[in-house]
Design a protein around this ligand. Structure first.
Ligand SMILES: Cc1ncc(COP(=O)(O)O)c(C=O)c1O
Length: 374
């Protein structure tokens, strides 16, 4: 049997990794400024993480949500501490799409309403509700098309007001649009959105799957604006590569037995991986490092003649280039051995590196970028 070919693959197979570095099957080394879609938060094969996950695997890897799993409770307490979202409830799943799926479903249950407002260029995942609020017709199958999703423009509150009605259960927005090209909702816009949702009895769901977990210098990107969400979704960096997703839920939303569920979500091994990730983040002040290294990188790239627009915060960086970004990215990978990401629609190289990055790796990138854009 062959694999179902839905991904455009590089002819590179990664065999091992450590920190910021990947090694392929030929022994070539690469600098990882992409973290496998922003998943590697504390660095590849981080020592304490490997120890904790291995120890857990030797105790118990999995049991279902039919029994108490104290590791979930421990994780909820730690996430509360690190995120500042006091009293919120935690529901654990397996991926980002599933987190958004449950966030949207929960909003609909709670409000007894059936519509949702989403934003142009948004990406929220590929399962049915998540893809319905993703602005990419090419990845929506006919079964995903719905008139329950209303579209608005980022940073344009009038466009939200124009579609808001009494059947809108929620507005869903990314902390920073990632796939859409590292586009930031302004503080004013988020505040206006919060007000509008409150006035209309709709929930505000903030998708921090890519922008969250310390990446921008705050635990969640939207915390730069001081606005609070009713539900926050997260995944990617949460367990440094172990598939874990989650939503944090305002305590005003009551849980009812059976309203949400999952077989794998919140399993022992996933919780151990997530706990180890948070511990390493806290111990090493990686959120602070993201802010400092982001500022350092922005300082180095500001005014670069090959850059048309530089967007982002902390270690979520969009470099819109004058020349073809895809070509620059290929040169960075094949000539300079540096992995980066891409937002095709806006000719943008996307950097979402592990949060343990240092000035040394940033200098190496800047030097390589200079070279390939000469
Ligand atoms: C903002 C955002 N939301 C949701 C998702 C979907 O996450 P997953 O691929 O884990 O389902 C992604 C993935 O790129 C994302 O960037």
């Amino acid at each position: 049997m062959n694999t179902f070919e839905v991904f455009k693959l590089y002819p590179i197979a990664i065999e091992s990794a450590k920190g910021m570095e990947l090694t392929d099957t030929e022994g070539n080394k690469y600098l990882d400024l992409y973290g496998g879609h922003g998943v590697i938060s504390i660095g590849h094969c981080q020592e304490d993480y490997v120890k904790a996950v291995t120890a857990q695997l030797n105790k118990i890897g999995f049991y279902s949500n039919s029994v108490r799993i104290p590791l979930q409770e421990e994780l909820a307490v730690k996430l509360q501490k690190i995120s500042g979202y006091n009293d919120y409830k935690l529901f654990l799943v397996n991926s980002g799409a599933e987190a958004n799926e449950n966030a949207l479903k929960l909003a609909s249950f709670y409000t007894n309403r059936s519509k949702v407002i989403a934003f142009r260029h948004a990406f929220h995942g590929r399962t049915s509700l998540a893809v319905a609020v993703t602005d990419s017709p090419a990845i929506q199958a006919p079964i995903n098309k719905t008139d329950k999703v209303l579209w608005a423009e980022l940073n344009d509150i009038e466009s939200v007001k124009a579609v808001m009605d009494s059947d809108v259960a929620a507005v869903i927005i990314e902390g920073i649009q990632g796939v859409g090209g590292v586009k930031i909702p302004s503080t004013d816009f988020l505040k206006q959105l919060r007000e509008l949702c409150d006035k209309n009895g709709s929930l505000l769901i903030i998708d921090e799957i890519q922008s969250g977990y310390g990446r921008t210098g705050k635990f969640y990107a939207h915390q730069h604006s001081g606005v609070k969400a009713d539900i926050v979704s997260m995944a990617k960096g949460i367990a440094n590569g172990f598939p874990v997703g989650a939503i944090m839920i305002d305590p005003k939303i009551p849980a009812k037995f059976g309203m949400l569920g999952t077989t794998f979500g919140g399993n022992h091994l996933g919780c151990a991986a997530a706990l180890a990730t948070v511990d390493v983040m806290m111990k090493n002040n990686f959120t602070q490092n993201a802010a400092e290294m982001g500022a350092y990188l922005f300082g180095k790239l500001k005014g670069h003649k090959a850059i048309k627009d530089l967007r982002g915060k902390g270690l979520m960086v969009g470099i819109e280039t004058v020349a073809d970004a895809a070509e620059i990215r290929n040169k960075l990978l094949f000539d300079e051995h540096i992995f980066t990401g891409f937002s095709g629609g806006v000719n943008t190289i996307r950097l979402i590196p592990p949060l343990c990055i240092t000035k040394k790796e940033i200098d190496r990138f800047v030097e390589a970028f200079d070279k390939v854009t000469k």
